[in-house]
Design a binder for this molecule. Structure first.
Ligand code: ADP
Ligand code: MG
Length: 241
């Protein structure tokens, strides 16, 4: 479904992503891990062109995202959900309105938008918080609104960039539970950047380890840390033992 080929991104003289290659199958959950600064965010941001790569190809269902005109790109972005570390909810809007906003701005009529938003919020367990404002919600609940906002589009691809990184440890679990359910249900194909090793081992179909802009290790959770060939792989292996 998604093919990333020879992806390369340079910021000035700094090489952030160096010949990154990845193929993701329909319905697959790929967890992308690696030390801070190794290029994870830059890599997944190129998929919907929040970052323009220096060179490479990103093919989604056979179409090269990097060659698309603005109109075509806008349509493709609607099919790609993105959940960030910081949820950026609008404080004066309710939970329901926060999820509806993007849909309405994208041309969906209010009634349909409300229906889709309610459904998405139900999927993340917030059906009883539709009228709450962000400051009346916990951090975990706020991030679940962020997830619902992405889900409301019924995206075929979901990109997650450290969705639990800014949450108190106690609130991390409720977000991981929602993510795990989405992965199990295979509602969409997912690429998840996270440092949550237990989550990765439980939920990933494939774990990809990056270091210094490149993939250094890749495999199923049951095998990837068994005989690591990279320093990073060995460091993760020690964390598991
Ligand atoms: P990660 O998400 O794995 O922590 P990033 O993809 O954010 O890593 O960053 C990879 C490298 O690129 C880092 O050295 C970072 O400082 C650099 N970088 C990221 N974004 C920019 C930018 N917009 N301008 C300059 N350097 C950047
Ligand atoms: Mg990052």
């Amino acid at each position: 479904m998604l093919v990333i080929q020879n992806l390369y991104k340079q910021f000035g003289s700094l090489v952030a992503v160096n010949d990154f290659n990845l193929t993701v199958k329909l319905g697959e959950t790929v967890v992308l891990m690696g030390p801070s600064g190794c290029g994870k965010s830059t890599t997944i941001r190129t998929i919907n062109r929040l970052v323009e790569p220096s060179r490479g190809r990103v093919m989604l269902n056979g179409a090269n995202i990097l060659a698309m005109e603005p109109d075509e790109l806008r349509d493709v972005r609607k099919r790609i959900g993105f959940v960030f570390q910081h949820f950026n909810l609008i404080g004066r809007l309710t939970t329901l309105e926060n999820v509806m906003l993007g849909l309405v701005m994208g041309g969906t009529d209010r009634e349909t938008a409300e229906c889709k938003a309610t459904e998405a919020l139900t999927k993340v367990g917030l059906e009883n918080h539709l009228a709450h404002r962000p400051d009346q919600l916990s951090g975990g609940q706020q991030q679940r609104v962020g997830i619902a906002r992405a889900l409301a589009y019924e995206p075929e691809l979901m990109l997650w960039d450290e969705p639990t990184a800014s949450l108190d440890p106690i609130l991390v679990r409720e977000v991981l539970v929602v993510m795990e359910e989405l992965a199990r249900y295979r509602a969409s194909t997912m690429i998840v950047v996270t440092h949550e090793l237990t989550f990765a081992l439980r939920v990933a179909d494939r774990i990809v380890l990056m270091d210094k802009g490149s993939i250094v290790e890749e495999g199923q959770p049951s095998e990837v840390f068994v005989k690591p060939v990279s320093d990073i792989g060995r460091q993760y292996q020690e964390l598991i033992e």
